[in-house]
Design a protein around this ligand. Structure first.
Ligand code: SAH
Ligand code: SF4
Ligand code: F3S
Length: 459
C-alpha cells in the first residue's frame, strides 16, 4: 500500500452545483468544480447527502433572483436533516449584488462568493470551517481570476465553452451585469490559446468563446499588441483539430468591419450569430443607452449576409422598457419581420434595483404581457420557418454522442440545432454530411449522406 498517497489524499466529499443564468455561469460552475477537486470534492447529481452545495445564481431579472431564496429554503431542510454539516455556498450574480442581504434572509448560508473570487474558494471554505461563521467575499480583486483558476482539467465535451472576456462597461439602463460582473476585462490571448489547445487535446472540436461583450475583446496578444476578436479567432482556427468556432454575446455597436470580414475569411467560424438588439425603436434604444440605432443593426445584418449568404441570426428583446409606446413596440415588430431570426429570446422588462431605468414610471404588466405575446408568436413562426427550411438539405453535422434512444446518434448543425440520426456508427467528434428529413420545434431528424459531395450547402 502506498502510505504517502494515503496520507496526502483528501477525504472524499460530495459536491452538488446548481447553475442558473447564462453560459458564463455554466462555465464558472465547471471551473469551481475544478478548484475544489484537489480538496476531494467530486460532483453528485442531487443535493441530498452532499457535503457542499453551491448555488450559482443569476440576477438579470426579478424572477431569476427570487428563485434563489425559494431554493435556499429547500436546502435548509436538507442541511438540518443532515445534522447541519452541509456547507451551503451562494455564488454568481445574486451573491455579488445582494451580499450581506443573503445572510440576513438565509443565515444558514455558509459562504457568499462573487464571480471574481472563485479562485479563493479553498481558503474561504477553510475559513468557514474554522470560524463557524458565514464568510462573504464579493471584492473585485486587482488580480484577474483567470490567472488563478485552473484550466479545464477534465474533458469538456465535443462542444464546449471558453470564457475570454468578462464584465461590462456599457451600462445599459436596464442591466445589472456591470454591477455584478464588474468592469470589462479580456483574458490574454496566450492563455486563451493554451486552454483551447488543451481542450482540443481532450476531444473538444467546437468552442464557443464567451463574454458579456465578447466582440469588444481586446486581450494582450503574444506579440505585445492588443488582439481583437477576429485576430484571436484566426489564431484559434489554426489549432489542428478545432473545427468550429462561435462567440457570444455580441453588442451591435462592436460589430466591426474586421469581425464581419472574419465571417467571410475564417472557415471555422459558424454562419450563426447572436446579436441582441433589445428594441427596434430608436427612442427606446437611446433610453436604454444602447449607443446604436435600429438602422445600425440593420446595416450590420445586411453586411454579414452579404459576406456569408447562409448567415442566420438570433437575438434578445426587452418588451415594456420605461417609455415604450405602442408605436415603439410596432417598430420592434417591424424590425423582427424584416430581419427574420432563426431564434430569439424575449422578456418583459424587469426593474432591477440600482439600475437607472428602475426609477422611471413603469409600463403596466398587462400591456407588457400583450406585447410580449404578439412578439413571441412572430418569433415562434420565424423559428419554425427556419427549421422547416432545412428539411431536404444536406448539411454538415458535428456528432457529440449517442441520442436519447438506443440506435440514435446526435450532433449539432452549423446553426447549433440538435440533429438526431438513426445509426449505430460511432462518430463522436466527427463531422458528417446529413440529409435533414424532418424538423421538430427544437431539433432536426436526418440520415447520414453516403455521397457527401452532392447537395452540400456549406463546408
Ligand atoms: N451583453 C448582452 C446581454 C446580457 S443579459 C447584450 O448587451 O445584449 C442577457 C439578456 O437579458 C439581454 O440581452 C436582455 O434581453 C435581457 N435582460 C437584461 N436585463 C433585463 C431586465 N432588466 N429585464 C428584462 N430582460 C433583461
Ligand atoms: Fe448588460 Fe448592456 Fe452590458 Fe449587455 S451591454 S451586459 S445588456 S450593460
Ligand atoms: Fe445572470 Fe449574471 Fe449571467 S446576472 S445572465 S448570471 S452575467
Amino acid at each position: 500500500m502506498n502510505l504517502t498517497a494515503l496520507k496526502t489524499k483528501p477525504p472524499a466529499r460530495k459536491l452538488h452545483i446548481v447553475t442558473h443564468g447564462c453560459q458564463m455561469n455554466v462555465y464558472d460552475s465547471a471551473r469551481m468544480a475544478d478548484v475544489l477537486a484537489p480538496l476531494g470534492y467530486a460532483q453528485v447529481d442531487t443535493p441530498a447527502g452532499a457535503d457542499m452545495v453551491i448555488m450559482n445564481t443569476c440576477h438579470i431579472r426579478e424572477r431569476a433572483a427570487d428563485k434563489v431564496f425559494s431554493a435556499l429554503g429547500r436546502l435548509r431542510v436538507l442541511k438540518e436533516e443532515g445534522g447541519g454539516n452541509m456547507l451551503i455556498a451562494v455564488t454568481g450574480c445574486v451573491a455579488q449584488a445582494e451580499g450581506e442581504v443573503i445572510l440576513k434572509r438565509a443565515p444558514y448560508v455558509d459562504l457568499v462568493v462573487g464571480p471574481q473570487a472563485y479562485h479563493r474558494l479553498p481558503e474561504l471554505i477553510a475559513q468557514a470551517h474554522r470560524s463557524k461563521n458565514s464568510v462573504i467575499d464579493t471584492d473585485f480583486p486587482v488580480e484577474q481570476k483567470f490567472d488563478f483558476l485552473p484550466d479545464a482539467a477534465a474533458p469538456q465535451g465535443v462542444i464546449a465553452n471558453l470564457t475570454i472576456q468578462e464584465g461590462c462597461d456599457k451600462f445599459c439602463s436596464f442591466c445589472v451585469v456591470p454591477y455584478t460582473r464588474g468592469a470589462e476585462s479580456s483574458r490574454p490571448a496566450i492563455s486563451v490559446l493554451a486552454e483551447a489547445r488543451r481542450m482540443v487535446a481532450l476531444g473538444t472540436r467546437e468552442i464557443a468563446l464567451l463574454g458579456q461583450n465578447v466582440n469588444a475583446y481586446h486581450g494582450a496578444g503574444p506579440d505585445g499588441a492588443d488582439w481583437t476578436l477576429p485576430r484571436l479567432l484566426q489564431a484559434l482556427s489554426e489549432i489542428p483539430g478545432l473545427q468550429r468556432l462561435r462567440y457570444t454575446t455580441s453588442h451591435p455597436s462592436d460589430m466591426t468591419d474586421g469581425l464581419i470580414a472574419a465571417h467571410r475569411d475564417n472557415p471555422a467560424l459558424m454562419p450563426y450569430l447572436h446579436l441582441p438588439v433589445q428594441s427596434g425603436s430608436d427612442k427606446i434604444l437611446a433610453a436604454m443607452n444602447r449607443k446604436h440605432t435600429a438602422d445600425d443593426f440593420r446595416r450590420s445584418i445586411a453586411k454579414l449576409r452579404e459576406v456569408r449568404p447562409d448567415m442566420a441570426f438570433t437575438s434578445d428583446f426587452i418588451i415594456g422598457h420605461p417609455g415604450e409606446t405602442e408605436a415603439d413596440f410596432q417598430a420592434t415588430m417591424a424590425l423582427v419581420r424584416e430581419t427574420r431570426f432563426a431564434l430569439a429570446y424575449s422578456f418583459n422588462y424587469s426593474p432591477r434595483p440600482g439600475t437607472p431605468a428602475a426609477g422611471l414610471p413603469q409600463i403596466p404588466a398587462e400591456v407588457k404581457d400583450a406585447r410580449l405575446y404578439e412578439l413571441q408568436a412572430e418569433l415562434r413562426r420565424q423559428q419554425d420557418e427556419f427549421n422547416a427550411a432545412t428539411v431536404g438539405l444536406t448539411t454538415p453535422v458535428l456528432f457529440t454522442g449517442t441520442g436519447r434512444y438506443p440506435g440514435q446518434i446526435a450532433g449539432r448543425s452549423l446553426y447549433a440545432q440538435p440533429v438526431v440520426v438513426e445509426s449505430d456508427t460511432e462518430l463522436t467528434g466527427e463531422i458528417r454530411q446529413v440529409k435533414i428529413t424532418h424538423a421538430n420545434p427544437n431539433s432536426l431528424l436526418g440520415s447520414l449522406n453516403l455521397h457527401p459531395d452532392k447537395e452540400t450547402i456549406a463546408a
